[in-house]
Design a protein around this ligand. Sequence first.
Ligand code: GDD
Ligand code: MN
Length: 325
Amino acid sequence: MSVVIPTYNEARVIYQRLDNIAEQDYPRDRLEMIVVDGGSTDGTTDLVKKWIGEHGDVKVKVIEEGGRFGKAHALNTALRYAVGDVVVIADADSMWTRDSLRNAVRWLMIDGVGAVSCNKLPKDDVAIEGEYRSYYGALRIAESRKYSSPIFHGELAAYRKDLLLKIGGFPERIGADDSHTASLIALMGYRAIIPEDVRCIESVPRRGYWSWRLRRAQHLVQHFVSIAGLIIGNTRIPRDYMPVLLTETYLHIVNPWLLLIGLALILPAVLHGMLIPTALLVLGAILLITSKFFRTWVTTQAILVAAAIRNLWNKELVWRKEEKD
Ligand code: GDD
Ligand code: MN
């Protein structure tokens, strides 16, 4: 098994992240770590080398790309050095619970499963993050039971290497490297799942939370636009995957605009003093104030609209590093 840790300026967390992976409930002699660094300027690779010096019993390869070429590019570089039959992506700024790796591999060994990812547990409940994760997390598990989750998380994303190679590695022109690879594998007929017992803890930036959400939404929109293209005219989509793909593609690229269109239709009617539109608008306002669930949903739609628009001039394929606690 090859655990790939892409890093760009992760000096704050890399040392404990390597500890976290080495301390997994998984035999060390069956695991290699590959740190692939994209030109960090904060001493990340020095810390990695220090860690290696102190842990002679763990196999670690360090690849320095010498410049910043994006996460997907780094993963593809690492893929060339990986000797494992299983490749696991492990973002530096997250942590796994101790049984995550073992559970992920156990699922991956099941016939017909091609990729496994984790449930994200936000470390801090910043803004709407906790609420957002709670129901989007439940959706990912439900979709996985049906067939596959079209959304994956680079905090822990495990793939059969032969399948990764078959789809040509990680996409460098779509931001959501994790989700896109999972979906391509699922379209080939292998399940890409997020089971309940694979968990990762994610730090959430307090400053820059909204731009962080916007960038991630941009990546998801890129992913689903590309998926929409693949659905059209494809007659060989696994039967149980079809409803999942159609629903999520709709939810990410069509549904957000309905909110805007709805408002545009309702506002003139309200200005004319019409009763039902006014009542609807008031109801919406009350829900926004009283229900965090509704607020989270509406905010998420607004982020997706902004993301689709921003994608027109900046795809954020190489992104700013946010400070997290
Ligand atoms: N080598 C290299 N080069 N590593 C990079 C680069 C790069 O240019 N850019 C980011 N990384 C590393 C980071 O150091 C981190 O370990 C990991 O890639 C993810 O980067 P984050 O900055 O933490 O991104 P995120 O958590 O907000 O992004 C989320 O969405 C991405 C796609 O939209 C995660 O789910 C990512 O896994 C996912 O790729
Ligand atoms: Mn991250």
